[in-house]
Design a protein around this ligand. Sequence first.
Ligand code: FAD
Length: 469
Amino acid sequence: SPILLWFRRDLRLSDHPALTEAAESGRPVIPVFLLDEVLEDHGAAPKWRMGLAVERFAERLSEKGARLILRRGRALETLRDLVEETGAGAVWWTRLYDPLARDRDERVKAGLKDDGVDARSFHGHVLFEPWTVETKTGGYYKVYTPMWRAVRDRDPGRALPAPKEWRHPGTWPDSDRLEDWKLGAAMNRGAAVVANHVTVGEDAASHRLGAFMAHKIDHYGEARDIPGTDGTSGLSENLTYGEIGPRSCWEAGRRAIEEGKKGAETFLQELVWREFAYHLVYHTPRLMTGNWKEDWDAFPWNEDERKAEVKAWKRGRTGMELVDAAMREMHVTGTMHNRGRMIVASYLTKHLMTHWKIGCRWFEEHLIDWDPASNSLGWQWSAGSGPDATPYFRVFNPETQVDRFDKDGTYRRAWIAENRGNPAKTALAFFDCIPRSWNMSPEDDYPEPVVGAKEGRQRALDAYENRPF
Ligand code: FAD
């Protein structure tokens, strides 16, 4: 009987253990993708980008003579219908670790098993599964560095090549049309602009990894911290939809170490940050929903999104150039440099004393590389409420950060148009993708700071000093 292969964040053929095993079984394989309760809930940009990933993946499957069957509805019920229609005896998928996906997958597994279906999940989205990395006392790592030491020399297993061929069913079940799902509906004007900055699909991702290893890895150690430089891999966009597997990245990094490439170890360390985020979200799902350190529930965060300064932060008009540049980069490209993410998150949670959840949700709406685990960890790390977090009293100064990371102004020039004689194209593109109701124009004067760098810092430190815990 056929195997339904349920694809989610694993839209690739290589480094895919479930697909390889299904191909080797000799049984017909029916690839399926669902617009289910988890995807329905995605923010605008990740949902739109998922649509692009699905479109490209369907093309890739068709090159292999296969089809990607699209269905809309709650996962368990929809898969049950498909099992009935196709006579499939098995439903296989790649495991995910964030709480929403896990709840869904547990329901699916239990329900299908009750029906006598071989419901099985496979390893593939991370290098090391969360229960396989333990501290000496048997718990999970709450601090990054010892976790890095524990896994740096561990073998995550080989990235499997794409199966050459596999059996297809005699007849294919009906499929929805991707256009009818309108996954880009909430993007409004943004889609046309962000579309210039995406790199979609397995081939493109693998090419991107190759180019990064050939041209950038040697300087990655220093260049990765300078937001005006194209010094990082850009792979987060592909890793999050599984257009490339983490093992392929790890293998390339290890090869680069053997070749004596300087930044290679740092690259592996960054991949382990992604692992760290998944391990934490698996062991403590509240990382995604509330303060990881529960004391912080009593901190007097501002939770009012309507406040003028919060609006200014969202719209890239705080009057702090580095903060605004980074926010605008996200609107235009759908991603933001890691340095920018740290700066805007510190500014929102410290200078503006606003709850990290507000920033976390804003990122979830706008990032095409939105990753449930890394985003929550990044925000709680920045806010001080997370595991292994930067302490609250370490407030990034958006003015001195300029001297350290954008001294020549490249990054600010790229993203800020106001009060500049000849604004960069990218800076102007910002005005083409934001809602018209924001009423912003490149001809406006650049705003005065909503909160001064010193004053905001002092306010944050005072609140922290007088915290109720
Ligand atoms: P590279 O420097 O080339 O790194 C290679 C890979 O390592 C990345 O693709 C990513 O998978 C992983 N990685 C690198 N840095 C981190 C990190 N700090 N945490 C976890 N994984 C990391 N990353 C996301 O993928 N999705 C998010 O939604 C996300 N939200 C963030 C929010 C905040 C507030 C902060 C501070 C960080 C966030 N990050 C997120 C982490 C990081 O900023 C991005 O992974 C990185 O900028 C992606 O660029 P790159 O692919 O060029 O990274």
